[in-house]
Design a protein around this ligand. Structure first.
Ligand SMILES: [Zn+2]
Length: 446
């Protein structure tokens, strides 16, 4: 590999393209992919015809706004229809070399196919993120993500292509993972934020000092919002003595579509692959960069199954101004899943807002559970927390302080704060933690 290891960029020209040039390339690819989708994917032919739009209508990037949205339901309704790959697929099965499937939180798994070129470009993008956080060929990297069907599994190839020594950890039991950290002294690990937190606690309980006994310098987290919540990121950094980087992936596109740089100010998204729109959650009206809404992605280069105006279900915003790191690709910030957002007294509340408050309280362990329920025909929320060992304050005082902090940050206070002792909540998990229980339509006596 001839790449200069001192360069901060994996692909300097691409990553620092002036916006005008970047958008010119996006437009070329958009024209091509919309035509390809129309010509080869039965669903797009039908839906564009019904909407009265044709590929030739794309003259500027904004013209994408004339085209209909798709969402997860479109994928479910069309997969397996007409062929194994379904009506959104635009290539025959013999051109497909890989599929990932997502279980998601609801319903039938959806499948995401890749051609050989799609897959190679996917891994080149993953290499870009790894390089961006400082991974170099002399790093040892543990990929502690699920390999079964999950689109994040193959990302290890991106690290390997970069030249790092890769340890395909998968979802090992924590004792074995700690053994690897102790024995092989890897420098970088990728896992979920809740597991990074749990593993640190387990290491401490097993008698290790994660800062001294291991050699972890960087931790990549994804799959949950914690990595973008400053208080959570700092708490994980504190346990490990390592820098935490948040990645954002979508099972429908890439294991990581976006990643933080050293400034941790939003996540750079691969705009050469993804055209980002932000739309009003209710009306679908297109919003300006910087405004908060549902993120809608159009894949610009994936030919196996192009996604044209895919509503991701993620609420966030994009900042298209140049980052201090020199990269020109926009930075997204995710506030939460549309499905997770709940409304209390006309205020939009995201579980991530609650997490940020809880992780800032020094009297708490940081574990929490949110219950959303209905009372008197309106939604309310209750929060359960754990008081850290050795805190002398009584539970009522701790509860009152948490309640006041939540009211100050979110604008509406919880109906109740329940304080458990350290270890009293059953939220510690090996993978993704379940921290939100929606009990609406269920009677909750409080
Ligand atoms: Zn940056």
């Amino acid at each position: 590999m001839s790449r200069d290891i001192n360069s901060k960029f994996w692909d300097e020209e691409l990553e620092t393209l002036p916006r005008e040039e970047l958008e010119k390339r996006q437009l070329e690819d958009l024209k091509e992919i919309v035509k390809f989708a129309y010509d080869h994917a039965p669903y797009y032919k039908r839906s564009f015809d019904e909407a009265g739009v044709k590929p030739e209508d794309i003259k500027t990037l904004k013209d994408i706004q004339k085209f209909p949205f798709i969402n997860k339901k479109t994928q479910r309704d069309t997969q397996g229809v007409g062929s194994f790959l379904g009506e959104l697929a635009a290539v025959p099965e013999e051109d497909v070399v890989f599929i990932s499937t997502s279980s998601g939180s609801t319903g039938v798994p959806t499948m995401s196919p890749f051609t050989k070129k799609d897959f190679d470009e996917f891994q080149d993008t993953e290499s870009r993120w790894f390089w961006q956080i400082g991974m170099r060929p002399n790093d040892r990297y543990v990929h502690a993500l699920n390999f079964s069907l999950y689109v994040g599994g193959p990302d290890v190839i991106g690290a390997q292509n970069l030249g790092a020594l890769c340890i395909w950890g998968g979802t090992l039991p924590s004792e074995r993972l700690l053994f690897i950290l102790k024995t092989y002294k890897p420098t970088i690990i990728w896992t979920s934020p809740s597991y990074a937190w749990q593993l640190g606690e387990k290491a401490l309980k097993a008698g290790y000092d994660p800062k001294k006994d291991f050699n972890i310098k960087k931790i990549i987290v994804a799959g949950e919002l914690g990595g973008s919540i400053d208080a959570t990121r700092k708490a994980i950094e504190e346990i490990w003595g390592a820098e935490v980087f948040d990645f954002y992936g979508l099972s429908d596109i890439f294991g990581a579509c976006a990643a933080q740089c050293e400034y941790h100010d939003g996540l750079h998204i691969a705009e050469n692959h993804i055209l980002v729109e932000t739309v009003d959650i209710h009306t679908g009206e297109v919003l300006e960069p910087g405004e908060v809404g549902e993120l809608v992605f159009t894949t610009l280069r994936k030919h196996a199954r192009p996604l044209i105006r895919f509503k991701t279900g993620d609420i966030g915003r994009i900042d298209t101004t140049k980052c201090k790191c020199g990269r020109t690709h926009g930075r997204i910030s995710i506030l939460g899943r549309k499905d997770d957002m709940f409304i209390v007294s006309a205020v939009n509340v995201f579980p991530s807002d609650i997490e940020a408050v809880i992780r800032e309280q020094s009297d708490l362990t940081g574990e929490y559970l949110i219950r959303i329920f209905e009372k008197d025909f309106t939604s309310k929320y209750a929060v359960e927390v754990e008081k850290a060992a050795g805190i002398a304050k009584d539970d009522e005082t701790v509860a009152a302080e948490v309640s006041a902090a939540l009211k100050a940050r979110i604008g509406v206070k919880p109906a109740k704060v329940i304080v458990h002792p350290d270890g009293g909540l059953d939220t510690r998990s090996e993978h993704k933690s379940r921290r939100v229980i929606d009990e609406r339509n269920i009677d909750y006596n409080i």
